[in-house]
Design a protein around this ligand. Structure first.
Ligand code: B1M
Length: 212
């Protein structure tokens, strides 16, 4: 088995120590942090998602897999941030109300910081009112919203409507993403950008600031 497949298998098995060790081994072998993240760690969690869907995995298995992924992320972080640039803008980032998934959001935060953004991370399960408050207080260039559940994706629309009601919409750009979000939905709710992954999110954020 190749090391990336071993990393995926290790995430699926929820073996945090093994995942960390294999991640180090892959870095030492010259694989890029991006490859390890996407083709090893995220690939593993995607399989966990499929097993969850087919009801062969349940919450305890998913939690240990997520923990293994997070442990390996700490090994990758210093490598991912080694080429970071100076601050260029501010972002308020949140996983929307009702949703506690934060692995993807945290990767988006990392990539945004790497691209030079100062990120105010409001965490998970964040009500629209808290986002509006953070926007009024920190005056960000961008709001980043993440949602992984089909039941919580609708919260993004509420945030945009609340921004309009509070006369704040024209002052910020909005990027949305997460497994439950589509480009069509982003357009439909009037977001400024949709992003399928964390690297792309940082690219979109830079473009949005430049066109501001
Ligand atoms: Co949950 N879960 N989960 N879960 N979980 C999913 C999302 C699911 C697809 C699994 C499945 O059934 N196949 C399913 C949703 C189904 C649906 O709505 N259509 C699901 C479900 C049902 C649930 C519960 C309801 C289960 C239950 O309780 N019965 C429950 C909900 C809790 C809640 O939020 N209220 C639940 C709970 C959990 C755990 C807590 C156990 C755990 C989360 C741990 C944590 O995040 N700290 C968990 C996990 C781990 C998953 C899966 C397996 C993996 C998610 C993940 O971290 N992926 C997931 C299956 C899947 O997605 N395939 C699943 C890796 C991560 C890097 O990807 O977050 O998509 P992702 O981020 C990507 C992109 O989407 C993008 O960048 C990242 C990669 O570069 N991105 C953005 C993300 N945010 C972005 C924002 C942007 C731009 C890009 O701009 C701002």
């Amino acid at each position: 088995m190749k090391v990336l497949e071993q990393i995926s298998a290790s995430v699926i098995n929820g073996d945090a120590a093994g995942t960390v060790q294999l991640t180090r081994q892959a870095l030492d072998a010259g694989l890029s942090a991006d490859e390890i993240l996407n083709e090893g760690l995220i690939a593993g969690l995607s399989e966990v998602g499929r097993r969850m869907e087919s009801k062969t995995f349940f919450i305890p298995e998913v939690l240990v897999a997520a923990r293994a992924m997070k442990a390996a992320e700490d090994v990758l972080k210093p490598v991912l941030v080694s080429n970071c640039v100076k601050p260029t803008g501010r972002v308020v980032l949140a996983t929307v109300e009702g949703d506690v998934h934060d692995i993807g959001k945290n990767l988006v935060k990392l990539m945004l910081e790497c691209a030079g953004f100062e990120v105010t991370d409001l965490g998970v399960n964040v009500p629209a009112a808290s986002i509006i408050r953070a926007v009024s207080e920190t005056r960000p260039n961008i709001i980043g919203l993440s949602a992984l559940l089909t039941t919580t994706v609708v919260r993004m629309k509420e945030v945009i409507e609340d921004l309009k009601r509070n006369d704040l919409r024209s002052q910020v750009k909005i990027i949305v993403g997460g497994a439950a979000v589509t480009r069509d939905y982003a357009e439909q709710i009037g977001a400024d950008a949709y992003s399928p992954d964390c690297t792309d999110a940082a690219k979109r954020a830079k473009e949005l600031v430049q066109t501001n």
